[in-house]
Design a protein around this ligand. Structure first.
Ligand code: PMP
Length: 394
């Protein structure tokens, strides 16, 4: 009989010629366990997903409870189901009053797609603006606004009428004009290697969008759900979006995403045409039950309160002449080295010798990604930093 590893390589679609090939049997909290019993410390949370840790007991309980009632019943938006309805209420309660309507999706990229359509529908414009080095997803619309030519060239033609501005460059905001349906921006850029907005940048962007009647769409798919120390990253920058995107950490390990907008904007999907946006599985009751439990864990276990101190501990410990810079917004962190050639062997040593799972960034390959579950303890941070420094020294 073939092993899972052989089957994985033979029958499962691959996206690179050098998959990690780490084989995990179970996971709990900040740890993942291989079949040979080796314990790995997860420093990237499945790329920004396991913010409350793996298999949080309250998330598991909510999933079990829903499993005993029903699974899928009907396509999105036809049948009243308590889990998505309760989750929509709980999410909007955390947001500015205007953002009172939630459309649930299966993933981040699907939330981006829905939001782009909604912005075009609402403004009756076609122009879309996003940032260089932004990552918004892999489907055609989200890919179109992703800010990397290398990523897109093989798949053209993509959406027309897309322009990119340089992140944090105030002068580029003038490209946003009366032709622009929406500007899509990550509140904190993730795959660009953790780029925090400069003081005043997001307020200036917000003001420009308002002036010209363009919608501001904040992509918090990676930086939302507590990752930066506030539930939503935009809370730290004194602005409000017209449409908010979330996914990843939202499900506590289950697949779910959403775009959230004022009801009068969302109403654009109801008429001309009706069913202007559809999904079969969006708002799956089990995912929604898991998501509501995840939100409650973040709120009731006070996970946000510890984020700044934990990030500070990483920064305090990660000091070495080989480290050029540490960038972070809460526990979304990038540790910069001279080059990918320095970083790649370090990531491999950290994994196979120190049993620490890290990564680099799609559009920043000289920087180490650190985004652990928010539940990580100070002792676990010390353990991680000691292991990383040892991998750096070797
Ligand atoms: N936007 C951002 C900022 C992301 O980081 C990602 C995923 N890395 C996406 C969108 C796409 O999300 P998904 O992989 O769930 O489609």
């Amino acid at each position: 009989m073939l092993t899972p590893r052989q089957l994985f390589l033979r029958h499962q679609a691959q996206t690179s010629d050098f998959p990690l090939l780490l084989e995990i049997e179970r996971a709990e909290g900040v740890y993942m366990y291989a079949s040979d019993g080796t314990r790995y410390l997860d420093l990237i949370s499945g790329i920004g997903v396991s913010n409350v840790g793996h298999r949080h007991p309250r998330v598991l309980a909510a999933i079990h409870e829903q499993l005993d009632k029903y699974l899928h019943l009907m396509v999105y938006g036809e049948v009243v189901q308590a889990p998505p309805a309760r989750l929509a209420q709980a999410l909007t309660a955390t947001l500015p009053a205007r953002l009172d309507n939630v459309y649930f999706t299966n993933s981040g990229t699907e939330a981006v797609e829905g939001a782009l359509k909604l912005a075009k529908r609402h403004t009756d414009r076609t122009g879309l603006i996003s940032c260089h080095n932004a990552y918004h997803g892999s489907t055609h619309g989200a890919l179109s606004i992703t800010g990397s030519e290398g990523f897109k060239n093989a798949f053209r033609p993509l959406l027309p009428d897309v322009r990119h501005i340089r992140h944090n460059r105030f002068e580029d905001l003038l490209l946003i004009d009366e032709h622009t349906a929406a500007v899509v921006i990550e509140t904190v850029q993730g795959e660009a290697g953790v780029r925090v907005p400069a003081p005043g940048y997001l307020p200036a962007l917000r003001q420009r969008c308002t002036e010209v009647g363009a919608l501001l769409i904040l992509d918090e798919i990676q930086c939302g759900f507590g990752r930066t120390g506030t539930l939503w990253a935009f809370e730290q920058f004194g602005i409000e979006p017209d449409i908010l995107l979330t996914a990843k950490g939202m499900g506590g390990g289950m697949p779910i995403g959403a775009f959230i907008a004022p009801q009068h904007i969302m109403a654009g999907f109801k008429t001309d045409p009706i069913l202007g946006h559809c999904t079969t599985f969006g708002g799956h009751p089990v995912s929604c039950a898991a998501s509501l439990a995840t939100l409650r864990v973040i709120q009731e276990e006070n996970l946000l309160a510890g984020v700044a101190a934990k990030a500070a501990r990483f920064r305090e410990k990660l000091v070495h002449p080989g480290i050029r810079e540490v960038r972070n917004c809460g526990l979304l962190m990038a540790v910069e080295f001279d080059s990918f050639d320095v970083l790649k062997p370090l990531i491999d040593r950290a994994l196979w010798e120190q049993h620490l799972l890290t990564d680099w960034f799609l559009f920043c390959d000289n920087s180490l990604r650190i985004a652990p579950p928010l539940t990580i303890t100070m002792e676990q941070i010390d353990e991680a930093c000691a292991g990383l420094l040892s991998a750096i020294r070797n």
